[in-house]
Design a protein around this ligand. Structure first.
Ligand code: SHN
Ligand code: NAI
Length: 233
């Protein structure tokens, strides 16, 4: 018998990857608010993805979002298990938890990966908060602990990371193609060229200072005040 893998508390075991989603076929079940959020997230990162949307009702907002994308197909009707055929990923985003369990079971049986809105335990993968600056993309996961903190971190990084980072990436691609020598020599040169980017060992940005201050006290204090006020309502 194999012993369980030790995972200390506060450890996030999710494996981060950057998928070429447009090479897969995505099924989205549900065309309301949550369906719209999922489709928005998919298109923001991977606009060429083929997505089939199946829902008994498809909101005008989702129709408007989908309109410019030729690879999105909309079907206004109830979900049926055969919808899973010829798809690789499925997002269950309806208001029916019983249907979600059915979708998850049928999808797993067929080898599809599933994201079930509002039910982390039923998800094979989670969405992340995504920072984009040209070719640079940073995905943030809190292991489902606080999507709101992920959202705040995204905003912080979007604000503090300079737009010039993309120029740096483009220039590094050129430099990378020009440097000669063996692998170790190349790594050494590229590390030397980029050393200044980290700001040096003692550098702490104003944003880091702000997060440190909040994390060491005021967040818990504020949370307690909010919780008490909420209970009194
Ligand atoms: C597990 C996960 C599975 C998944 O959805 O893939 C999940 C689950 C749940 N979300 C819930 C609520 C909210 N989700 C958001 C926002 C986002 N949620 C996203 C991802 C994830 N959400 C995955 C984990 C990500 C991680 O590891 O952190 C983001 C990052 C990506 C995206 O959705 O595109 C996107 C921010 C994008 C951005 O702006 O950067 C907000 C904030 C807001 O909308 O303003 C709220 C309300 C406030 C709050 O609760 O924090 C609830 C409770 C629902 C209820 O109460 O009924 C559950 C279920 C539960 O926790 O049980
Ligand atoms: N709207 C939000 O921001 C949030 C929603 N939730 C929860 O998430 C769930 C979904 O919420 P919304 O998207 O707002 O609901 P919604 O009512 O806007 O959309 C539900 C969608 O599911 C579809 N649907 C229902 N049964 C179906 C079936 N048999 N086959 C195919 N499609 C079917 C409907 O046609 C509709 O498109 C709900 O359980 C809600 O409580 C939780 C937190 C926030």
């Amino acid at each position: 018998m194999s012993s369980p893998t030790p995972t200390p508390a506060g450890f996030n075991p999710l494996f981060p990857v950057f998928l070429k989603l447009e090479q897969f076929r995505v099924l989205l079940v549900g065309g309301g608010n949550v369906g719209l959020e999922k489709l928005t997230a998919i298109l923001r990162s991977s606009p060429a993805t083929a997505v089939t949307v199946v829902a008994t009702w498809i909101s005008p907002a989702l129709r408007t979002l989908a309109a410019p994308y030729p690879r999105i197909r909309l079907h206004e009707r109830p979900f049926q298990e055969t919808d899973l055929e010829n798809h690789d990923f499925v997002f269950a985003a309806t208001d029916d938890p019983v249907l979600h369990r059915r979708i998850k079971a049928a999808a797993t049986a067929r080898g599809l990966l599933t994201n079930v809105a509002d039910t982390p335990a039923e998800c094979d993968f989670y969405l992340s908060s995504v920072v984009q600056k040209g070719d640079l993309k940073i995905a943030i996961s809190t292991n489902g602990k606080s999507p709101t903190v992920a959202k705040r971190l995204r905003a912080m990084l979007e604000e503090t990371l300079p737009d010039e980072l993309d120029t740096v990436l483009q220039q590094m691609t050129v430099i990378r193609g020009q440097i000669r020598g063996d692998f170790a020599a190349k790594v050494k040169s590229l590390n030397a060229v980029t050393a200044e980017l980290t700001g040096g060992p003692a550098y702490e940005s104003p944003a880091t200072r702000r997060w440190r201050r909040v994390a060491t006290g005021s967040l818990l204090a504020l949370g307690a005040v909010v919780a008490v006020a909420w209970r009194k309502r």
